[in-house]
Unconditional design. Sequence first.
Length: 906
Amino acid sequence: MKIAVIGQSVFGVDVYKNLRKEGHEIVVVFTIPDKNGREDLLALEASKDGVPVEKPARWRKKDADGQLKIIPELLEKYLSYGAELNVLPFCTQFIPLEVTEAPKCKSIIYHPSILPKHRGASAINWTIIDGDSDAGFTIFWADDGLDTGPMLLQRTCKVEENDTLNTLYKRFLYPEGVTGMVEAVRLIAAGKAPVIVQPEGGTYDAHITAKPELAVIDWTKNQQQLHNWIRGNDKVPGAWSLMNGEKISFFGSTLWKEAKVPADAREIDVAEVPGGKVYAHDGGLLLPAADGKYVSVDTVKVGSKTIPAAKFGLVEEKGETLELNEEEKKVVEKLKSIWEGILKLSVSDSTDFFENGASSADVARLVEEIKFHTTAELENTDIYAGPTFGENADAVVKNLRGGSGITVTYDAIEVDANNMHLKFPHDLFIDGKFQPSASGRTYDTINPATEEVICKVAKGDKADCDKAVAAAKKAFEQGEWSKISARERGKLLFRLADLMEEHKAELATLESLDSGAVYTLALKTHVGMSIDVWRYFAGWADKIQGATIPISDARPNKNLCITKKEPLGVVALITPWNYPLMMLSWKMAACLAAGNTVVHKPAMVTPLTALKFAELAALAGIPSGVINIVTGSGGEIGEALTAHHDVRKIGFTGSTEIGAHVMGSCAKSNIKKVSLELGGKSPLIIFPDADMDKAVRQACTAVFFNKGENCIAAGRIFVAKSIHDDFVRKLVEETKKIVIGDPLDRATGHGPQNHKAHLDKLIDYVAQGIKGGAKLEVGGKRVDRGGLFFEPTILSNVKDDNYVAIEESFGPVMVVSDFDENDMDGVIRRANGTEFGLAAGVFSRDVSKVLRVAEKIQAGTVFVNTYQKTDVAAPFGGFKQSGFGKDLGQEALNEYLQTKTITFEY
């Protein structure tokens, strides 16, 4: 058919495009005139296709008698295109009867209500305001009345409890409306289009979207009526009221179903509302209805600025005045040209984006142009929150400097170390705030290189755990974290990784001070791998998906079965002291990518990087309550978390003994899901055909890496008898090259052990090995200097029943035994003769030999002709009493997800 499309906006564009796809010829598009030099989207789309576009300001004018008549020249122009049908998808202009009746097939119009109800331009608003249970749209034949023509097609849907004008339009009225318009044209072309006279009982509603003064709240309404009024005017024009004399608009209404106002809600006196008070709480602002109940709104508009409703009534801190460098000044000038290109006017700092005609489509355009021209990545909400040019310029500059514009306040510890000034928190981090423990208790955290106190750290207890779990539960069930998309969640995690990268040297220095890690290793591994982990799982956030499963049909009906991967809820993570930041990251990145919320207990002796990480997470924009850090005693906090009924999963890394206790506590409380990464006694087998020099270097790395405080450290080296003595000699030579010293010194290769109790255990461990017949080749004692330094140690001639052949040292102690190279089964049996099964290694040039060992060794990770080669994409976890469950790789996501099966019948 030859069709004239008369209308505007993106709805008009989609109808236009779909009609062309159906093979219809669009002979002309009539739309509105340019606004501030900007063409309507429908005009742009038609021009791109070479379709004629007409932009009349009006279709009628008064004649000599003062009567409105169609403009003759415009009618002639319209008739010249020879349209067989007029399609009016969304049209704000009055189209005269001479035009609507001219085509052979007349004219059809889309109207977003179930006619005859809600005639007029604000139909969607009034559908919600009146509390209708059903909404819908009507496609009708144009006549000389206001939405009174005969109906051709009608579609309906249910109105959901919290539907707004915006959500109802996007969910149903827009997509189904486009489909309906195309279907209507299809019926007309086939000669099958019905003409159904509208029933009696039509209603005409006020054009509230064009008269914002009509959207004022009537405080005599009950809860449901108040809720309907606010959501029916969301986002246009915005329900509003004077509050203490100032005009405030409200958005994002939900029915408040709790019996009481939250105990920690902030009370605000407001003269105009029932009872004279409103209440700000974490989820928004509670507004009282006349029946004593409340609605909660999540966003308010004060003047031209949109803010989270929870912040209503707070005195806004005056922002800092940014001092711009030359490059930043160029960015601001570029930004000004972007604004002027959109608004078509001269821009100053006080220019308000929305007061100068910008729409939501312009917001999307502004965000994309800023990203393209400046590389700054803002969200749409950033524009609404700071709508003036000056505010937008500040947001762009801060973003380019690596900041989100978010300020995190805390009682800071300040330390000068490693040629930098460190500033970091020392309190608990709960619900987005740093705070002292409920009891006020603290403890000292020690620098193992000097044995001096770094600072006092808050010592949490059960009360703090309860508070943290409650915050995590609320964030999971009600907070922003539960509302954002998986892709948005991934973007936040990427932003966090970028901030960690920016603060890499600071994090590595803290890790070195608090755990004794050698700074260069902390940069590369402790912090470097942590950043890689966050980026890896950020990329997974929007790729978690279920499956469609073929099942037997319940004949004669059909069935469809799907699975859906869902987060668990509140997860508690308990991590060790050997890699404080990396162990946090290995678990938490996968946990958050899956959509859970977290309460984390770092090791008592190494809390500082976890707390600094919490600061960066807040700066990245991770919502309050998603990440909570409770420092203190493992027995006290760990027990509180494993026993808590609102915690759905425990992720634990630590000793096998404590892991067994954790598992038992989880079973007794609420049968929590558990993953355990426990102790190890990893065997490393060196065959005589191995590359000797490489095997020596790798064996030293396998044992002494990170001072031996390494869960997959080679706990026992098996060396073939024919090369044993020479191999041990080379090991001793290599070990003596290791530089022991200040972990912040770039030349240092071996730093202090983590804490005094651990150092004492290592001294006793070596003594027991010697007592059992082992030969001390090198090391074996505390270094004669300040700090908790222990010499890299080699024990040879270790028999299978020696204490050191059975137990893990978790320190820089190499345990060497020989084996008969002709008895491969024998050495494999000895290597497997332990209840641990975390990792293993084998060195040989014989492919069949290493494959056989890799197959027979009972360990979660097997290294062949290498050791210590972990990667963020490779699953990591143990067998037997080394635990179960995986960190890293795609498999780690399954530890924090549950599978739901959904079966349909139709």
